[in-house]
Design a protein around this ligand. Structure first.
Ligand code: PEP
Ligand code: MN
Length: 352
């Protein structure tokens, strides 16, 4: 996927400001859509979002107003000049949304998780030059996320961006969806050409968490944010707790710090060089440790001794964690590093 194109014309994208997509979780009425949109347009929001077909975990919830909402989006375009975006999950949605002049589509997290659905969507988009945002799948599976984008790419879609909206977890947490930041970071490493848009509304699930999560996304160099905003959030028919009024959104945006890549000073370059040197040493030491470990393995084998000697392992863990504490390094972190090293050492000895 080397020839990915920007999701908006380059003139609309600034290197200094992240792209801001905002709007209600769901289109509920023409008045709610237009009131919210007019206020957001004043803030300089480029793309207005509103779901007209809503995937709900349980049946019986508000499943969106359906096709009628598309005509409200058309009015938003006419009245405000903003681009408009909505979620699509089926071929029928795509046909209707494109017919109604929707400028940008997004694939919801539940849909990204389904390769059959993604393939049908890709087939329906064949030849359509429309930007598509692909939310991460509900489960923390980077391959599924990349696979969904790859299907679109194979169908000729070139304007693709990824949306990081967090991952479900069985246990209750501070967040509605756990961010697992390492997953979008790994996506960036594997596919640097794909822009990433942070969705702090769906990660946090609560208004107060939007600002810190948005800042974290910008600090990681994400190119944009998608934030749910409603003219009367407490009365929203979906995701009420995480929506903010346009004026709250203005406040949040004014507090965000956009760090410029060009701020990267020589100091940072020098510090990175030191990190590279330390990593090299770590790798060499690990290779050496594995060699010694294999020698021990060969000895145990010759003496007919078992590979796993738990008492020795307990001792190592205990001593090294105390050492870490004394050095001001988190002992739990060292424990997980040692566990990974030990596991690999055992594997090396088993293979002998
Ligand atoms: C949404 O954007 O309102 C939505 C349904 O999101 P997700 O697919 O991330 O749950
Ligand atoms: Mn929502």
């Amino acid at each position: 996927m080397t020839d990915i194109k920007p999701i908006l014309p380059p003139a609309e994208l600034s290197v200094k400001q992240p792209l801001l997509i905002a709007g209600p979780c769901s289109a509920e009425s023409e008045k709610q859509v237009l009131d919210t949109a007019c206020q957001l347009a004043e803030l300089g929001v480029k793309v207005f979002r509103a779901g007209v077909w809503k995937p709900r975990t349980m049946p019986g919830g508000f499943e969106g107003v359906g096709s009628v909402g598309l005509s409200w989006l058309r009015r938003v375009k006419q009245q405000t000049g903003m681009y408009v975006a909505t979620e699509v999950a089926t071929e029928q949605h795509i046909v209707e949304a494109l017919d109604a002049g929707v400028d940008m589509l997004w694939i919801g997290a539940r849909t990204t998780a389904s390769p059959f659905a993604m393939q049908q969507i890709a087939d329906a988009l064949q030849g359509a030059d429309v930007p598509v945002l692909v939310k991460n799948p509900v489960n923390p599976d980077l391959e599924l996320w990349i696979g969904a984008m790859q299907r679109l790419y194979n169908a000729g879609v070139r304007r693709i961006a990824a949306v990081h909206r967090g991952f479900t977890s069985y246990e209750k947490h501070l967040y509605r969806n756990l961010p697992h930041w390492h997953i979008p970071i790994e996506l960036r490493r594997r596919m640097p050409q794909i822009p990433i848009i942070g969705d702090p509304s769906h990660i946090g699930g609560r208004r107060e968490l939007i600002a810190p999560l948005a800042q974290q996304a910008l600090d990681l160099g994400f190119e944009g944010l998608i934030i749910e905003s409603h003219c009367n959030p407490d009365a929203a028919l979906s995701d009420a707790a995480q929506q903010v009024t346009p004026s709250m959104l203005r406040e949040i945006m004014s507090q965000l710090v956009v760090r410029e890549i060009s701020q990267m000073t020589e100091t940072l370059t020098e510090l990175r060089r030191r990190i590279d040197g330390i990593d090299n040493q770590l790798l060499e030491l690990l290779a050496e440790r594995m060699r010694v470990s294999r020698e021990i393995g060969a000895y145990k084998k010759a003496q007919n001794m078992p590979i796993l000697q738990t008492q020795r392992y307990d001792e190592i863990l205990h001593n090294r964690m105390a050492q870490a504490e004394a050095l001001g390094v988190n002992p739990e972190f060292i424990k997980s590093v040692l566990q990974a090293i030990h596991e690999e050492s055992v594997q090396q000895q088993v293979k002998l």
